[in-house]
Write a protein that binds this ligand. Structure first.
Ligand SMILES: Cc1ncc(C[n+]2csc(CCOP(=O)(O)OP(=O)(O)O)c2C)c(N)n1
Ligand SMILES: [Mg+2]
Length: 757
């Protein structure tokens, strides 16, 4: 693709301006509008700096120096039509799209009425749903993959418009408990779609911006690759001010120019432009948007800007930039430059400029006065919107019975299925029911080279554990596809898609490799609803193969680590131990309105333990509901996952030998977890063992044990014990693996000791 380099001198037209003259596609009125936006942006920064010094706001991040490129992007793209993932320097863009100065000051004071976050996020973390400005966070670059997913979501709906429709059903069901209609309880036949307004345009564009330093983040490169591969309509705008805090661009970017590094990506339209010139910048955005809207692929705009106000109010750039360099930058200040341009072209005279600036000052003063009166949200509201306020996945509406008959048509008992079989069947049923479900990840497709399948040359793979086998063949390669080998991209793209209303059910091939996606899971997926004060949500399901007991899995194919994720507010975590629970919990995960980490134990995929016959396409289990897999009154064992069959084995041995009856609780879902069942059982048995496969210290059992010590202290006749893996990694040699992971005999000994206590 061609790179357009704009000479800033050419963008400024010669003297003798006429009334109807266009300036690189901009009318005189648009240029005045651009200047108004730019000047407003700068003056808001100035005012915020003052307010911060007066301790009336608590943080300040300026967009100074970046105003021209922002105003130009806002003029070239359409609010509420295109989609925007701006970064913190994009104040002018937001103003150009329609955000009001008052709203920005509300963010500064942290007001309840701040439409971005209700006082939850720093200023300059934009979020305005009606304008399609998607909630932003603070990690540099984590917005980029989501922008790619957002574009994919829009394209999906434009190709399958029916998928965006909401199933036609009443909004709320009867709560089975008291028969009264209860808002917030989802009917079994309903799901998250009721609360997701899908809107899309066939020629929409997704804008995403970042700084020059941020282009060093791996996620940037993953996003560029994905956008190029899929020819997605994304405009990447690198606002290059030459510094990332104190690190200059030549130390950050090999060769000192990001344009050169990205130039090999196919399908892109490239622009390198003086981002302090609104006319040149507008032209770049117009050409970029045209390329995207025509479906030719993504675009990349490298805009050279300045950063006159240091990195933030906490930074003093004089510590690392000499005056000469700063003065050189000041010559290119976009606000003064544009003002001079308007005067020189006779578009505004001195009086006109004065008038405009006076109007802006008055508007800012009134906005500040009002914002300083605004109230913060009440402290008790802080836990609102961690999860969906609309669908409660612990509700009784998610409790349905398995639909399988006792016998099949020919009078035989139905065949029992493995966990792998029933997860596959549940995915198939849900994909049939809901066209918004897309499945992607590493190796999940049957075969990326579809012609091999069509010509029946191959059978297809469907995942390294074959859990997604046959789904691409049945539902098409736009719904089930292989992603590049990039876990952050899998979760980041899924998050963007879910923000648009799709239901991505993605796979992380091995839990051991979930870590590249950790930033997306911890700082994005789980926080989006809360930080946007319910403005956005992204109910993604992440299926992950987890766990050991594999004899040969070794350190990097055997890890657990679920407590790291149960520690994250906003994320549901489930961990089934058998086929039926896997089917019921997966269906709830897919239909609910929250992000879910669905942990599938590899060792249990094809075990003979816990097989069950197919429970039908409506079988669901609510989250937070444990199952007593073995009743007893002498000791409670709280466990989950692959420790369940091992605990059963140990309990049966103890019962045979000593007549001791152990009650085994399979938690099934770890966040939320079923405290009521635990409390009832411990109150009955007065002794408790918490058993889990992960390393002992700082693990999931610590929280359960602490709660029991705190709330059931009076009920205990013995200390709360834990059995778990040794605090080491899982070794390859089976003898070593056995010594590391909790075995039935370890459980047996602990049970015996506790009952004798
Ligand atoms: C992942 C991550 N690492 C570090 C930071 C701290 N930080 C915030 S902004 C910034 C520099 C960004 O520079 P650049 O991308 O060039 O954008 P600019 O601020 O210059 O516009 C850093 C290091 C962060 N927010 N996120
Ligand atoms: Mg920078």
């Amino acid at each position: 693709m061609a790179t357009t380099k704009t000479d800033p001198k050419l963008a400024v037209t010669a003297n003798g301006a006429k009334k109807n003259k266009f300036y690189g596609g901009l009318t005189r009125e648009q240029l005045i509008q651009a200047y108004r936006v730019m000047y407003t942006s700068r003056r808001i920064d100035d005012r915020e700096i003052l307010l911060k010094r007066q301790q009336k706001i608590f943080f300040q991040m300026s967009g100074a120096g970046h105003e021209a490129v922002g105003a130009a992007a806002g003029l070239a793209l359409k609010a509420g039509y295109d989609w925007f993932y701006p970064y913190y320097r994009d104040r002018a863009l937001c103003l150009a799209l329609g955000v009001e100065p008052y709203q920005m000051f509300l963010q500064g004071v942290g007001a309840a009425d701040d439409p971005s976050s209700g006082g939850r996020q720093m200023p300059s973390h934009w979020s305005y749903p009606s304008l399609h400005i998607v909630t932003q966070s603070s990690p540099t670059g984590s917005q980029i993959l989501q922008a790619v997913g957002c574009a994919e979501g829009g394209r999906y709906f434009s190709r399958r418009p029916k998928a965006g429709e909401v199933p036609n059903s009443p909004p709320f069901a009867q709560d089975a408990k008291d028969g009264a209609p209860t808002p917030g309880i989802a009917q079994a036949s309903l799901d998250y779609r009721q609360f997701k307004n899908v809107s899309f345009r066939n020629d929409e564009v997704t804008y995403v911006s970042l700084g020059d330093g941020t282009s060093s983040e791996g996620e940037f490169w993953e996003a560029m690759n994905a956008a190029a591969l899929e020819k997605l309509p994304v405009i990447f705008c690198v606002e290059d001010n030459g510094y990332a805090i104190s690190v200059p661009v030549e130390v950050q970017t090999a060769g000192g120019t990001i344009s050169r590094l990205v130039s090999g990506f196919p399908n892109f339209h490239f622009e390198e432009v003086d981002g302090t010139d609104p006319v040149a910048s507008f032209g770049a955005f117009q050409r970029a948007a045209k390329h995207c809207r025509e479906g030719l692929g993504p675009a990349f705009i490298h805009a050279h800007v300045i950063r006159p106000y240091s990195h933030s109010l906490s930074d003093d750039e004089r510590l690392y930039r000499p005056d000469t360099e700063r003065e050189r930058d000041a010559q290119r200040d976009p606000v003064t430059r544009t003002q001079m341009f308007l005067l020189r072209e006779g578009i505004l005279d001195d009086k006109g400029i004065n008038q405009l600036e006076k109007e802006v000052e008055a508007a800012i003063q009134s906005a500040v006065d009002r914002a300083l009166e605004a109230l913060p949200a009440p402290p008790e509201s802080v836990t609102k919107f961690i999860y969906s306020p609309n669908i409660d996945p612990t509700a009784s509406a998610f409790e349905t019975q398995p639909a399988n008959g006792e016998t099949t048509a020919d009078g035989k008992k139905p065949a029992t299925k493995t966990m792998a079989d029933l997860i596959n069947a549940t995915l198939r049923d849900e994909m049939k029911r809901d066209e918004r479900i897309v499945i992607f990840g590493e190796d999940v497709a049957d075969c990326s080279r579809e012609e091999y399948l069509k010509r029946k040359l191959v059978k297809g793979k469907g995942g390294v554990f074959k859990l997604t086998f046959g789904l691409q063949c049945e539902f098409g390669n736009d719904r089930v596809f292989n992603s590049p080998l990039a876990e952050a991209a899998i979760v980041g793209r899924a998050t963007g898609m879910a923000t648009r209303g799709l239901k991505p059910v993605v796979e992380i091939q091995f839990f051991d490799y979930i870590w590249p996606a950790m930033m997306q899971i911890r700082d994005e997926l789980s926080t989006i609803r809360w930080r946007s004060n319910n403005g956005f949500s992204c109910p993604v399901v992440i299926r992950v193969a987890i766990g050991g007991y594999l004899t040969g899995g070794a350190i990097y194919h055997s890890q657990c680590g679920e407590s790291i994720f149960t520690h994250i507010p906003g994320l549901r975590v489930v961990f089934p131990s058998n086929s039926l629970d896997a089917a019921g919990l997966l269906r709830t995960a897919i239909r609910c309105d929250d992000p879910v980490l669905f942990l599938e134990h590899k060792r249990l995929y094809r075990e003979s333990f816990g097989r069950a016959s197919y429970p039908g396409p409506e079988y669901m289990i609510p989250f937070g509901k444990a199952k007593i897999v073995h009743p007893g009154q002498d000791l409670t064992v709280i466990t989950y996952g692959a420790v369940v069959p091992r605990a059963l084995q140990a309990a049966q041995k103890l019962e045979r030998e000593q007549g001791v009856q152990v009650e085994i609780i399979d938690l099934r879902s770890l966040n939320p977890f079923d405290w009521d069942t635990i409390a009832a059982s411990v109150t009955k048995t007065n002794r408790v063992l918490v058993a889990y496969e992960d390393t002992l210290s700082w693990g999931y059992g610590a929280e359960i044990a602490a709660r029991i010590a705190d709330q059931l202290f009076d009920q205990l006749d013995a200390p709360v014990r834990r059995v778990a893996a040794k605090d080491v990694f899982v070794a390859y040699q089976p003898i070593l693996e056995d010594a590391i992971l909790p075995q039935p005999n370890d459980l047996y000994l602990a049970m015996k000791e506790l009952t004798a206590y």
